[in-house]
Write a protein that binds this ligand. Sequence first.
Ligand SMILES: [Zn+2]
Ligand SMILES: [Zn+2]
Length: 374
Amino acid sequence: MKMKAAVIRELGLPQPYGKSRPMKIEEVELAAPQNREILVQVKAASLCHSDLSSVNGNRPRQMPMVLGHEAAGVVVECGPGVDDLSPGDHVALIFAPSCGECISCKEGHPGRCEPGQQANGAGTLLGGGIRLSQDGKPVYHHVGVSAFAEYCVVNRGSAVKISKDLPFDQAALFGCAVLTGVGAALNTANVFPGSTVAVVGLGGVGLNALLGAKVGGASQIIAIDVHDDKLELAKGLGATAGVNAKDENAVQKVKELTGGGVDFGFEMAGSVQAMELAYRVTKRGGTTVTAGLPHPDARWELQHVNLTAEERTIKGSYVGSCVPTRDVPRYIDLFKRGMLPVSELMSDHIGLEDINEGFDKLASGRTVRQIIML
Ligand SMILES: [Zn+2]
Ligand SMILES: [Zn+2]
């Protein structure tokens, strides 16, 4: 079938994107779903920082590609081997496809699925298929989803069925920002009642980590960002204090507020400076968790003896260490009970044709989630 999609051909074009226009709305051919795949009509797709990291060249990708991974839509057609979904079902799309067969999947950690990560690295669907093309030439998939388009074909393991009463714009957030952020707090860190937390980087994922820490019962949640308006937003969502990362006494301030540092320091900005700050505000014996995805060349320097002598833990968190089929319904439930007010993170609803301007806004740090409605 033919459909409209936002196609990117070149990474790292200069800002403003409203002028350089890295994404163009074009007609693309989408092949029918094959074994264990489904065709989904995309209803809402949000602009996430990891899309921006591809646009600005921080995350090298195969070109041309259709970006977009934080999305929700309606199942239109099920390929062979898919018997647990039907046309008309609503799904949230997940950027980490899982095969269900590899060691990580069998151990209950689908976010670590090796074939899934290989497929994402190669710009294909799980299993190696490419269903997008233009003039007979392949157009690559973005993390198995490619949702900046009217339709997408995804592996069954890239979709979670959700209840139909959840509006699509809200549902979209659950596939990436909510899973990654709330999961980092509740699954990776295991934030416990009375513990202290600092979140460095208040984008969609960082603010969700904050909400997750609140659900986990943290007694203090310190929000850290370079933008003062983000600190205010965080306070409205439950942060007990805000510290500007540019403040040269930032570490000292967190230590004073918490009596020596936090139990859990979260790096949610994807930068080495943010990682260093998150590590330094973590207390002795504490845990520093990172969900950041910096450029593959980024290296972080650590004083080895400090890790030993202060008995610290550093943990990576991918897809919030979630089991999406378990955690998406769980987090939607918390949302419905008012305990995860993720709709507060929605800044704007835009059209597919506004996508380049939308990324300018995201890059400015002045917005959390803009959602493309299709
Ligand atoms: Zn994302
Ligand atoms: Zn697997």
